[in-house]
Ligand binder design. Structure first.
Ligand SMILES: Nc1nc2c(ncn2[C@@H]2O[C@H](COP(=O)(O)OP(=O)(O)OP(=O)(O)O)[C@@H](O)[C@H]2O)c(=O)[nH]1
Ligand SMILES: [Mg+2]
Length: 213
Protein backbone atom coordinates (compact mmCIF):
# COMPACT_ATOMS: atom_id res chain seq x y z
CA UNK A 1 0.00 0.00 0.00
CA UNK A 2 1.48 3.34 -0.96
CA UNK A 3 1.08 6.51 1.01
CA UNK A 4 1.71 10.02 -0.11
CA UNK A 5 1.47 13.42 1.43
CA UNK A 6 -0.57 14.83 -1.40
CA UNK A 7 -2.80 12.01 -2.45
CA UNK A 8 -4.77 10.01 0.06
CA UNK A 9 -5.39 6.59 -1.37
CA UNK A 10 -8.86 5.86 -2.61
CA UNK A 11 -8.04 2.67 -4.43
CA UNK A 12 -9.73 1.78 -7.71
CA UNK A 13 -10.74 -1.55 -6.20
CA UNK A 14 -12.55 0.08 -3.27
CA UNK A 15 -14.23 2.68 -5.47
CA UNK A 16 -15.57 0.00 -7.79
CA UNK A 17 -16.75 -2.17 -4.90
CA UNK A 18 -19.11 0.58 -3.75
CA UNK A 19 -20.12 1.72 -7.22
CA UNK A 20 -20.67 -1.82 -8.44
CA UNK A 21 -23.10 -2.65 -5.66
CA UNK A 22 -25.09 0.51 -6.38
CA UNK A 23 -25.16 -0.15 -10.14
CA UNK A 24 -26.08 -3.79 -9.76
CA UNK A 25 -29.12 -2.86 -7.69
CA UNK A 26 -27.77 -4.97 -4.86
CA UNK A 27 -30.62 -5.27 -2.38
CA UNK A 28 -28.63 -6.00 0.77
CA UNK A 29 -29.02 -3.23 3.31
CA UNK A 30 -26.26 -0.65 2.93
CA UNK A 31 -26.04 2.19 5.41
CA UNK A 32 -24.69 5.59 4.33
CA UNK A 33 -20.93 6.06 4.27
CA UNK A 34 -19.56 6.80 7.71
CA UNK A 35 -16.12 8.34 8.13
CA UNK A 36 -13.99 6.64 10.75
CA UNK A 37 -10.58 7.63 12.11
CA UNK A 38 -8.27 4.81 13.16
CA UNK A 39 -6.03 6.15 15.92
CA UNK A 40 -3.27 4.77 18.12
CA UNK A 41 0.49 4.49 18.47
CA UNK A 42 2.91 3.05 15.93
CA UNK A 43 2.64 -0.68 15.22
CA UNK A 44 -0.64 -1.24 17.08
CA UNK A 45 -2.14 -2.58 13.82
CA UNK A 46 -4.17 0.30 12.38
CA UNK A 47 -3.17 -0.37 8.77
CA UNK A 48 -3.49 -4.10 9.34
CA UNK A 49 -7.05 -3.75 10.62
CA UNK A 50 -8.06 -1.94 7.42
CA UNK A 51 -6.46 -4.70 5.36
CA UNK A 52 -8.13 -7.47 7.36
CA UNK A 53 -11.55 -5.80 7.03
CA UNK A 54 -11.05 -5.30 3.28
CA UNK A 55 -9.78 -8.82 2.61
CA UNK A 56 -12.22 -10.42 5.01
CA UNK A 57 -9.39 -12.68 6.15
CA UNK A 58 -7.01 -12.52 9.11
CA UNK A 59 -3.28 -11.94 8.67
CA UNK A 60 -2.31 -15.57 9.11
CA UNK A 61 -4.20 -16.32 5.87
CA UNK A 62 -3.21 -13.23 3.87
CA UNK A 63 -0.02 -11.77 5.36
CA UNK A 64 0.63 -8.11 4.49
CA UNK A 65 4.34 -8.63 4.08
CA UNK A 66 7.18 -9.88 6.24
CA UNK A 67 8.19 -6.41 7.26
CA UNK A 68 6.34 -3.75 9.20
CA UNK A 69 5.96 -0.57 7.14
CA UNK A 70 5.08 2.54 9.09
CA UNK A 71 2.31 4.66 7.64
CA UNK A 72 4.28 7.88 7.00
CA UNK A 73 1.34 10.28 6.89
CA UNK A 74 -2.20 9.24 6.04
CA UNK A 75 -4.05 6.62 4.10
CA UNK A 76 -7.77 6.79 3.29
CA UNK A 77 -9.72 3.79 2.07
CA UNK A 78 -13.33 2.86 1.47
CA UNK A 79 -14.07 -0.35 3.31
CA UNK A 80 -17.22 -2.37 2.84
CA UNK A 81 -17.98 -4.42 5.93
CA UNK A 82 -20.39 -7.31 5.65
CA UNK A 83 -21.36 -9.76 8.34
CA UNK A 84 -20.57 -13.32 7.43
CA UNK A 85 -23.63 -15.50 7.93
CA UNK A 86 -25.51 -12.53 9.27
CA UNK A 87 -28.64 -10.77 8.10
CA UNK A 88 -26.95 -9.46 4.96
CA UNK A 89 -26.58 -6.04 6.49
CA UNK A 90 -23.54 -4.12 5.40
CA UNK A 91 -21.83 -0.84 6.10
CA UNK A 92 -19.59 1.21 3.86
CA UNK A 93 -16.96 3.19 5.73
CA UNK A 94 -14.42 5.79 4.76
CA UNK A 95 -11.51 4.85 6.98
CA UNK A 96 -8.72 7.26 7.77
CA UNK A 97 -5.52 5.57 8.88
CA UNK A 98 -2.86 7.97 10.18
CA UNK A 99 0.79 7.75 11.23
CA UNK A 100 1.20 6.37 14.75
CA UNK A 101 3.92 8.86 15.71
CA UNK A 102 2.15 11.95 17.00
CA UNK A 103 5.44 13.85 17.36
CA UNK A 104 6.28 13.89 13.64
CA UNK A 105 7.04 17.41 12.32
CA UNK A 106 3.90 17.17 10.19
CA UNK A 107 1.03 15.06 11.45
CA UNK A 108 -2.31 14.70 9.67
CA UNK A 109 -4.32 15.27 12.87
CA UNK A 110 -2.65 18.59 13.62
CA UNK A 111 -1.67 19.95 10.23
CA UNK A 112 -4.40 18.55 7.96
CA UNK A 113 -7.14 18.19 10.51
CA UNK A 114 -10.07 18.81 8.17
CA UNK A 115 -8.86 16.02 5.86
CA UNK A 116 -8.18 13.62 8.72
CA UNK A 117 -11.00 14.57 11.08
CA UNK A 118 -13.63 16.46 9.09
CA UNK A 119 -16.99 14.64 9.24
CA UNK A 120 -15.50 11.87 11.38
CA UNK A 121 -18.23 10.31 13.54
CA UNK A 122 -16.38 7.39 15.02
CA UNK A 123 -12.80 6.98 16.24
CA UNK A 124 -11.23 3.58 16.74
CA UNK A 125 -8.72 3.95 19.57
CA UNK A 126 -6.30 1.05 19.17
CA UNK A 127 -3.75 -0.35 21.57
CA UNK A 128 -2.14 -3.77 21.86
CA UNK A 129 -2.40 -6.53 24.44
CA UNK A 130 1.37 -6.75 24.81
CA UNK A 131 2.12 -3.04 25.22
CA UNK A 132 0.86 -1.01 28.18
CA UNK A 133 2.41 2.16 26.79
CA UNK A 134 0.15 1.95 23.73
CA UNK A 135 -2.88 2.14 26.07
CA UNK A 136 -1.40 5.05 28.02
CA UNK A 137 -0.61 6.87 24.75
CA UNK A 138 -4.32 6.95 23.91
CA UNK A 139 -4.79 9.83 26.38
CA UNK A 140 -2.71 12.02 24.03
CA UNK A 141 -4.67 10.83 21.01
CA UNK A 142 -8.01 11.59 22.67
CA UNK A 143 -6.79 15.01 23.69
CA UNK A 144 -5.56 16.01 20.22
CA UNK A 145 -8.65 14.56 18.53
CA UNK A 146 -10.99 16.49 20.81
CA UNK A 147 -9.03 19.70 20.24
CA UNK A 148 -8.98 19.36 16.46
CA UNK A 149 -12.47 17.96 15.82
CA UNK A 150 -14.93 20.57 14.68
CA UNK A 151 -17.64 18.43 13.07
CA UNK A 152 -21.33 19.00 13.70
CA UNK A 153 -22.01 15.40 14.64
CA UNK A 154 -20.79 14.32 18.07
CA UNK A 155 -17.76 12.04 18.20
CA UNK A 156 -17.87 8.55 19.59
CA UNK A 157 -14.89 6.39 20.54
CA UNK A 158 -14.45 2.64 20.30
CA UNK A 159 -11.59 1.16 22.32
CA UNK A 160 -9.88 -1.75 20.57
CA UNK A 161 -7.25 -4.02 22.05
CA UNK A 162 -5.44 -5.69 19.14
CA UNK A 163 -2.92 -8.57 19.15
CA UNK A 164 -4.89 -10.62 21.67
CA UNK A 165 -3.01 -13.61 20.20
CA UNK A 166 0.09 -12.36 22.06
CA UNK A 167 -1.60 -12.57 25.47
CA UNK A 168 -2.54 -9.69 27.70
CA UNK A 169 0.48 -8.16 29.38
CA UNK A 170 -1.24 -5.58 31.60
CA UNK A 171 -3.75 -5.19 34.37
CA UNK A 172 -7.31 -5.40 32.98
CA UNK A 173 -8.20 -2.74 35.56
CA UNK A 174 -6.31 -0.17 33.50
CA UNK A 175 -8.54 -0.87 30.52
CA UNK A 176 -11.63 -0.53 32.73
CA UNK A 177 -10.26 2.72 34.10
CA UNK A 178 -9.84 4.09 30.59
CA UNK A 179 -13.39 3.08 29.65
CA UNK A 180 -14.84 4.67 32.76
CA UNK A 181 -12.88 7.88 32.40
CA UNK A 182 -13.84 8.53 28.79
CA UNK A 183 -17.62 8.96 28.51
CA UNK A 184 -17.55 9.19 24.70
CA UNK A 185 -16.45 5.55 24.49
CA UNK A 186 -19.37 3.45 23.30
CA UNK A 187 -17.81 0.01 22.91
CA UNK A 188 -14.74 -2.10 23.66
CA UNK A 189 -13.38 -5.02 21.63
CA UNK A 190 -10.51 -7.44 22.05
CA UNK A 191 -9.35 -8.58 18.64
CA UNK A 192 -6.50 -10.25 16.83
CA UNK A 193 -5.85 -9.23 13.25
CA UNK A 194 -3.48 -12.21 13.22
CA UNK A 195 -5.92 -15.05 13.96
CA UNK A 196 -9.23 -13.22 13.48
CA UNK A 197 -10.41 -13.45 17.09
CA UNK A 198 -13.12 -10.84 17.81
CA UNK A 199 -13.18 -9.49 14.26
CA UNK A 200 -16.63 -10.83 13.38
CA UNK A 201 -18.06 -9.44 16.61
CA UNK A 202 -16.54 -6.05 15.83
CA UNK A 203 -17.88 -6.13 12.25
CA UNK A 204 -21.39 -6.98 13.48
CA UNK A 205 -21.33 -4.12 15.95
CA UNK A 206 -19.99 -1.70 13.32
CA UNK A 207 -22.65 -2.50 10.73
CA UNK A 208 -25.38 -2.26 13.37
CA UNK A 209 -24.02 1.02 14.70
CA UNK A 210 -23.84 2.53 11.20
CA UNK A 211 -27.38 1.42 10.40
CA UNK A 212 -28.67 3.13 13.56
CA UNK A 213 -27.07 6.50 12.76
N1 LIG B 1 0.86 -10.84 16.54
C1 LIG B 1 0.13 -9.91 15.90
N2 LIG B 1 0.72 -9.03 15.07
C2 LIG B 1 -0.05 -8.11 14.47
C3 LIG B 1 -1.47 -8.07 14.67
N3 LIG B 1 -1.95 -7.03 13.95
C4 LIG B 1 -0.91 -6.44 13.34
N4 LIG B 1 0.24 -7.10 13.64
C5 LIG B 1 1.62 -6.76 13.19
O1 LIG B 1 1.99 -5.54 13.81
C6 LIG B 1 2.84 -4.78 12.97
C7 LIG B 1 2.34 -3.37 12.84
O2 LIG B 1 1.12 -3.35 12.13
P1 LIG B 1 0.62 -2.04 11.33
O3 LIG B 1 -0.76 -2.34 10.91
O4 LIG B 1 1.59 -1.65 10.29
O5 LIG B 1 0.64 -0.95 12.49
P2 LIG B 1 0.18 0.58 12.42
O6 LIG B 1 -0.60 0.84 13.65
O7 LIG B 1 -0.46 0.87 11.12
O8 LIG B 1 1.59 1.34 12.53
P3 LIG B 1 1.98 2.83 12.03
O9 LIG B 1 1.61 2.92 10.58
O10 LIG B 1 3.45 2.97 12.27
O11 LIG B 1 1.22 3.80 12.88
C8 LIG B 1 2.90 -5.53 11.64
O12 LIG B 1 4.11 -6.27 11.58
C9 LIG B 1 1.71 -6.46 11.69
O13 LIG B 1 1.93 -7.65 10.96
C10 LIG B 1 -2.06 -9.05 15.54
O14 LIG B 1 -3.28 -9.10 15.78
N5 LIG B 1 -1.22 -9.92 16.13
MG1 LIG C 1 0.02 2.13 9.60
Amino acid sequence: MTNSLNSPQLTEESKTATTASILSGDTTKTAGVMKILVAGSGAVGKTTLLRVLKDNKPLEITPLSDKYHRTPFLNIETVSVERIGGTGSRGVFLMVDVAGQLDLPIHALRDFSSLALGSVELVLLMFTADNLQSLLDLRDWVSIIKTQHTGKKPLRFVLIMNKSDLGMNMDAGLVRQFLESEPLTTAYFEISCMNGQGIEEFKSWLTRYAAEQ
